[in-house]
Write a protein that binds this ligand. Sequence first.
Ligand SMILES: [Zn+2]
Length: 289
Amino acid sequence: MLTKPIPQLPGGLVVDGELRKSYRFRPITGALETRLSELSSGAASYSDATYPQIVSAALECTLDRIADEPASLELVNRLSVGDRQFLLKELAALLDNRVIWVTAHCGKCHEPMDVSFRFQQLPTKQCSAQYPSQVVVTTIGRLVARSPNGSDQCAIAALEDEQQAVAMLLSRILSAVDGGAQPAVDRLTAGDRQHIEAALESMSPEVTDRLLAVCPACEAHNQVPVDVFDHLGKSTAALLLQVHQLASHYHWSESEILNLPRQRRLSYLQLIDRARGLASRETGIEVMQ
Ligand SMILES: [Zn+2]
């Protein structure tokens, strides 16, 4: 019998000296979808949180395990930026893997153009053998450069001055090769910084957040940005309708319905439809096979 392969991160976490890549999401329930929607719209108590903090909260509540360990905020924050992008994309695909249409305007002729994609199909670059850190030779000596993670993103998110943010990021991810004194990052030259950036880019995992599109009017090639996180909270209206349908039919409470695994909820909705002899539902979400 074929067993389902354990999903793997494109980067991974070093735990007890080994690079571990496994992860597992919790069963997606309506309650989780509601939480994601609140996080996505920055509602309630999250309004003061920065974007990386909200992403951390979303990953913490939806992940069951990371790197063979129980998921926690600490582990979610230790994940590299690329792994976090990857998990958001996988989560979005779990919630909605239909074709998504985005309308953008051509950068050249400004005519509107429609671009389609599926979350599952956004290309992912795997990390290199050097990941998560590698030695970089700079004018102030040999330094170890570590792939930036969620904690780094959270630390610099509140800084408005970009130079200050870059300096703080460099001081967090760079260390002396021999574990000696913290390198003086303010003495790094522009060339050093470029060199470090190139090393980070080549070893780190990454998920494409841009779609290539050819303008139908002038044939110019465009890059259209995709905001995966923005899509995570889009299913609330459909979810409310589903709760209404199930509550009317089975007389279950809202919390009972919201705690059903998503797949079970959708199966019940199909049963109701079949009983009514409808060919299609108006809930707005397809049942994934
Ligand atoms: Zn155009």
